[in-house]
Design a protein around this ligand. Sequence first.
Ligand SMILES: [Cu+2]
Length: 149
Amino acid sequence: MNRTPLLAAWGALFLLLAPSLLAQDVTVSGAWVRPTPPYVTRTALYATLHNAGGREDRLIAVAADIAERAEIHETVNEGGMLRMQPVAGGVAVPAGGEAQLKPGGYHVMLSGLKSAIWRGGSVAVTLTFQHAGDVRIEAVAADEPPQTQ
Ligand SMILES: [Cu+2]
């Protein structure tokens, strides 16, 4: 009996499943987004990125239906002046470690908001990692991080 077709089928199945298996290495917790005052069309989103895998991963892109533009930003201190700028090369999440998106540091900048973000609501965002691929999260709209971190 020729088993080659069966092995080929298992191989194809593994290739189909592999991206979703890898995606479990990276998880996101404590996501929150600042509510917007009237007429303000941009805001910042924060979260903790966890990497349970054995190799470094990297947050390389962000997207949100609610915003025309989503970017990875960092806050830098230049001679006492705080300034935000897009991050070149993304945010590294070390193997077996985590990375923080938090006020004063890395954050997701949402601009061109299509609707207001109300306190207590939530915003759906897709975080794209170099190895783990897309991770979809819901960030709660609040003035400070959720207590469950
Ligand atoms: Cu920013």
